[in-house]
Design a protein around this ligand. Structure first.
Ligand SMILES: *[C@@H]1O[C@H](CO)[C@@H](O)[C@H](O)[C@H]1NC(C)=O
Ligand SMILES: *[C@@H]1O[C@H](CO)[C@@H](O)[C@H](O)[C@H]1NC(C)=O
Ligand SMILES: *[C@@H]1O[C@H](CO)[C@@H](O)[C@H](O)[C@H]1NC(C)=O
Ligand SMILES: *[C@@H]1O[C@H](CO)[C@@H](O)[C@H](O)[C@H]1NC(C)=O
Length: 757
């Protein structure tokens, strides 16, 4: 029987979840997401549809993914681009991870036996297992009886087949295109396995479906007392104070401080606009200087992979504080013990733990040494203002583990307990945004910029109809606050009804009269004059912020331009458009950690992976005929970083005109000497005509992702060309063109006239 699977667009980003969403797996299919998708959960099928999202319109189309052996035409570029924007490559390039797994697999498999690999990816762990098996049995086992690899994501399964072939392993490993928990004994496999190897761990450990996968494996796929790699995982946490982390979720306090008359989170409904109470993966080492540690690291949960895990657990922790301070967050990470003898470890701990005594008892911990994107630390935000604590106090923390995640409750603070309850009541119309978005909305400069620009614009004329085209509840409130006469129509393509419920409940606090705001919840393309009661629009405005698009490349927010173009027939002649202009900028940067993580693969623990580079989006050392992807990152979280040039203007997007092809060229003159690994791109949004107010989303900002284009080969740069060595350069040129149909930016860089990508 043929199974069909519909992949749906997964709207909220930065979360590697499938499991938490029932039935069909919600996988981010558009090229704009670059999370690591795990390969365990997507349902296998011989034919599947995938939803492709058009970043410029928000429209989506179904494309068919078909299994056509050795032919990539049908799969086409969409899948390729998709995998290229995930952290797959980075994961395979994590030498410490690979080495730890190889050593543990070698220690664990001591005789020929049946091994399963859950979420096999390119088949690296399966190949390691097959190789060991050959060694211990002294012969080549080529009937695929011993190693079974489960990989449900079809494009990845095809890539695995290619990699196995390159390594002459295709006869030794059986691929089952199913997620492991759909596998039936007697149908897909014929005997229980003695050994399970698997790497379906995300930064939070459980987000890629570890618990249900392990449960099913123990119920169906494995013998009693199986051997597993990894052997055990332990989650650690630490209490911290950090005003930056505080800003990422406590909008109420920020708003009190800004005190500009706007109330996105009025008193009494503080959590009506906030973050989802969950752990957020972040590179905490990047903020180590501004974090005050309030406790020693403490152990939270342990998971033994060789036992069937529980679906639900709760524990009470009593933690002694080591300093006075306010507990704003709990930072957590995990340490993996890969082998049963306790010799091979891998840790995702932040930098500052390296020297900590706690971990010294554990030999050979690896993972500290390298920055990587695929595993970060996790932050759990303590609600509201946090919890004031004195040194040597015993803090009561409850940790709750369920099937997909771990959450916390600080029990020793009555105010916090209350807020949990408020949160529950607000459940239905609460808007959850990402922490960075909350940070933006609490930012005084950001609010002032929009308030000033909107005020100036509104003063300039008689505005009857103002249209907010994106998902900005912020701008809707700004307009209603500033103009008592204009009718405000908000589209909210992503937030939809949630936004109107939200606006109703904050109307009073913002002094917004009934009926001032109309929420359409429609697509811009289907808007007609009827929706506007026959009136033309005098002002259109956006931040731009598209809910669910936060992980996108900066220029994908030019969706605003596209929509403004679609709206053309509905606009009055002297319509004001805000922002009125976007300026694409770039600067040269030294990004050694990021560059290493996106390096082309070749040999990984003895297995050739070079055939996977294009599909997985390698950048560094890429073959000259190939073009690596431009990827979105929070540059400030990319390990060691240094700006090597000023920001240069590449091109301008003029929103008073319809969307069109744009082309730009710039000379980037290096201002620092160092090694340039690539260029960072972002958009400065010009709010008013006189361009006095600009919102910059460049690398100095922590709230926006930038687009990063890495060089194939890093170059030495030196600002003073006279003293330049032969292999150094003092400037470079960048050409870029924006394609209004695809929303893509094509970037070319000429280093001393020899093109390098
Ligand atoms: C990435 O892979 C390349 C080639 O296999 C290797 O030289 C490089 O050291 C790897 N990077 C890291 C961070 O391990
Ligand atoms: C915490 O402090 C109390 C009292 O000083 C002490 O008895 C207890 O052992 C400490 N706990 C830990 C985990 O250090
Ligand atoms: C697990 O806990 C998280 C955080 O409390 C919650 O958001 C999620 O819905 C829970 N998942 C399940 C399956 O209960
Ligand atoms: C506005 O920006 C342009 C470049 O985009 C610049 O040439 C001009 O001087 C700026 N005007 C003001 C008033 O800042």
């Amino acid at each position: 029987m043929r199974k069909f699977l519909l992949y749906k667009p997964y709207q909220i980003l930065n979360l590697p979840q499938r499991i938490s969403l029932p039935q069909s797996l919600l996988i981010p299919v558009s090229t704009i997401f670059f999370n690591r998708i795990s390969l365990t959960s997507p349902v296998m099928s011989t034919c599947a549809f995938q939803l492709k999202l058009d970043p410029l319109t928000g429209n989506s189309e179904w494309i068919v993914v078909e299994e056509q052996d050795e032919q990539d035409e049908v799969v086409g570029n969409n899948q390729n681009t998709f995998l290229a924007t995930t952290s797959y490559l980075d994961m395979l390039n994590d030498t410490y991870r690979n080495m730890a797994y190889r050593r543990a697999i070698e220690n664990t498999i001591t005789e020929p036996c049946h091994v399963i690999d859950i979420g096999a990816g390119t088949g690296l762990l399966s190949m390691m297992a097959a190789r060991v098996m050959d060694e211990v049995s002294g012969s080549e086992v080529e009937d695929g009886r011993n190693v079974t690899a489960f990989e449900s994501y079809l494009p990845m399964g095809k890539l695995m087949r290619k990699v196995l072939k390159e390594n002459a392993m295709e006869k030794k490993i059986r691929i089952v295109h199913k997620r492991s928990d759909e596998v039936e004994m007697g149908v897909d496999i014929h005997s229980p396995a003695y050994v399970m190897v698997s790497e379906i761990l995300d930064s939070e450990l459980l987000g890629e479906g570890l618990i249900p996968s392990l449960q099913h494996a123990h119920d169906v796929l494995l013998v009693k007392n199986p051997k597993t790699v990894p052997y055990r995982a332990t989650i650690y946490g630490q209490l911290v104070e950090s005003s930056f982390l505080q800003k990422l979720h406590d909008l109420y306090s920020c708003e009190v401080e800004v005190s500009d008359g706007l109330h996105l989170v009025p008193f009494g409904s503080k959590r009506i606009l906030g973050i989802k109470p969950k752990q957020y993966a972040m590179q905490c080492s990047a903020m180590s200087k501004e974090i005050k540690l309030l406790s020693e690291p403490f152990r939270i949960f342990e998971f033994e992979f060789s036992k069937r895990p529980e679906s639900q657990r709760e524990i009470d922790l009593h933690i002694n504080t080591t300093k006075d301070g306010v507990i704003h967050a709990i930072i957590s990470w995990w340490v993996l013990q890969l082998d049963s003898t306790g010799h091979i470890f891998y840790s995702t701990a932040p930098e500052w733990i390296q020297s900590s005594k706690n971990q010294e008892s554990q030999p050979h911990i690896s993972g500290f040494q390298n920055w990587c994107d695929h595993w970060k630390q996790c932050v759990w935000f303590v609600p509201e203002i946090g919890s004031l604590t004195l040194r040597d106090t015993n803090v009561h923390l409850q940790a709750i583990q369920n099937i997909t995640s771990i959450s916390f409750r600080l029990k020793s603070n009555a105010g916090i307990e209350e807020s949990y309850h408020e949160n529950n009541n607000a459940g239905n119309y609460k808007i959850n945004l990402l922490p960075e978005r909350i940070g933006i909305y609490g930012d005084k400069d950001y609010r002032t910029a929009f308030l000033t620009a909107a005020r100036n614009t509104l003063q300039a004329g008689d505005f009857r109809f103002c249209l907010v085209v994106d998902d900005s509840v912020f701008l809707t409130i700004v307009l209603a606050h500033l103009s008592k006469t204009a009718q405000i129509i908000s589209i909210f393509p992503g937030l939809k009804e949630k936004a109107s419920a939200y606006l109703d409940s904050v109307a009073n606090a913002n002094d917004i009269a009934n009926g001032r705001i109309e929420v359409l919840g429609k697509r811009v393309s289907s808007l007609s004059l009827n929706d506007l009661h026959g009136e033309k629009v005098d002002m259109i405005i956006a931040e731009p912020f598209y809910y669910g698009n936060e992980g996108a490349l900066p220029w994908q927010n030019l969706r605003f331009w596209k929509e403004r173009t679609l709206l053309d027939p509905l606009l009055s002649e002297d319509v004001r458009i805000m922002p009125c202009k976007g300026i694409l900028k770039a600067c040269a940067m030294s990004l050694p950690d990021l560059w290493r993580s996106r390096m082309s693969l070749n040999d990984i623990e003895g297995f050739d992976h070079s055939c996977s580079n294009e599909m997985l989006g390698a950048c560094g050392n890429l073959h000259p005929t190939l073009n690596g992807p431009c990827l979105p990152y929070f540059v400030w979280q990319c390990g060691v970083i240094e700006e090597l040039s000023e920001a240069s203007l590449i091109m301008e997007f003029d929103f008073s005109e319809p969307i069109r092809h744009c082309f730009g060229k710039t000379k980037i003159v290096f201002t620092e000497s160092g090694v340039c690994h690539g260029f960072v791109f972002w958009i400065d949004w010009v709010l008013d005509k006189r361009n006095l107010t600009v919102i910059s989303t460049g690398p100095v900002s922590r709230y926006w992702k930038q687009g990063v284009k890495l060089l194939s080969k890093p170059v030495a740069v030196n600002p003073t060309s006279s003293s330049c060595r032969k292999d150094e350069i003092s400037y470079t040129e960048i050409d870029a063109s924006f394609n209004p149909t695809t929303g893509e930016l094509d970037i070319k860089c000429n280093l001393n006239h020899s093109q390098i990508w």
